[in-house]
Design a protein around this ligand. Structure first.
Ligand code: SF4
Length: 286
């Protein structure tokens, strides 16, 4: 019987193994290099008595090469990956956007519908969740833990100081070809045409995936919403009005779209709003 009141929120591998906890381990695979390496490490370190499952929330708009990557990872893991998907929306961000905004200050509805809700349906109360947060992402992990006190989290990459670069090399060393989006210079392997991307990102999508760019641009006009805003005025900026020379993807914030990102986003957006308001009050008080 698991004592739910004494489970640590930030699980370490040693206390998990030493206490011989029988909780199910869920490795959240995202078709990214970091989650693949975290899963591989967890499989190697967990013992045979523990149930370990690998779960993936499928989104229709991810690059088709992800299916190849997933299959190769299954061979590397020696284990099948459970593919989950929100059938109500047929796993597609465009179906979500039919009845929602594309992006709001509190996050994006596609993350909520296609990742968060899918994860909630799958998880059990005493699961230990394994994530591919890398060594440079400890703050993100801590924010995430703050926002998700009810679940137990383990991050093998942070435990072992493994960086994102290390993960990319480890995948290549395993003889697995990196997913196409990485090879094209994108820093992540999320949807092709992610609504959390900035101007530089969308200008690269315009070049690499013109059909996706046009599809989103048309959707924006039909719905009257935009994924981009003018940074200084906050006014909507339609993709078909975006100057092809604006933005630099390398200077834009990382796109986060994990299965728990929605909760995280709500926290950091709330903090940003508070800071903005405090700044305004401070200026007004001077
Ligand atoms: S990667 Fe971007 S577009 Fe795709 S589900 Fe996540 S936030 Fe939405």
């Amino acid at each position: 019987m698991v004592d739910l009141f004494h489970l640590p929120n930030k699980v370490t591998l040693n206390n998990m193994l030493e206490k011989n906890m029988k909780n199910r381990i869920v490795c959240w695979f995202s078709c990214g290099a970091a989650s693949a390496v975290a899963t591989k490490m967890m499989i190697a370190k967990s013992n045979d008595n523990q149930e370990l499952v690998i779960a993936y929330c499928e989104v229709e708009e991810e690059h088709p090469d992800n299916k190849r990557f997933l299959k190769e990872c299954e061979i590397w893991f020696g284990q099948k990956i459970i593919i989950l998907r929100n059938e109500y929306y047929k796993g597609s961000i465009y179906n979500v956007f039919e009845s929602n905004y594309m992006r709001t200050p509190a996050g994006s509805p596609c993350t909520r519908a296609l990742k968060k809700q899918v994860r909630q349906k799958f998880q059990k109360i005493d699961d230990v969740h394994v994530f591919g947060y890398t060594a440079e992402e400890e703050n993100r992990l801590n924010n995430f833990i703050d926002a998700n006190n009810e679940i137990d989290v383990y991050s093998p990459l942070i435990d072992r100081c493994i960086s994102k670069e290390n993960c990319l090399s480890m995948i290549e060393n395993a003889g697995i070809e990196l997913p196409t989006m990485y090879k094209q210079g994108y820093p992540h392997n999320n949807c092709v045409g992610c609504v959390k991307g900035g101007m530089g990102y969308w200008n690269k999508i315009r070049v690499d995936y013109p059909e996706t760019f046009n599809r989103m641009a048309k959707l924006e006009r039909r719905k009257g919403y935009t994924v981009l805003k003018e940074p200084k005025t906050g006014k909507p900026l339609f993709l078909d009005d975006l100057d092809p020379n604006r933005g630099r993807m390398s200077e834009e914030p990382n796109i986060e779209c994990g299965i728990f990102c929605h909760a995280e986003e709500q926290i950091y957006n709330a903090v940003r709003l508070i800071k903005e308001r405090m700044g305004r009050y401070t200026i007004a008080a001077l």
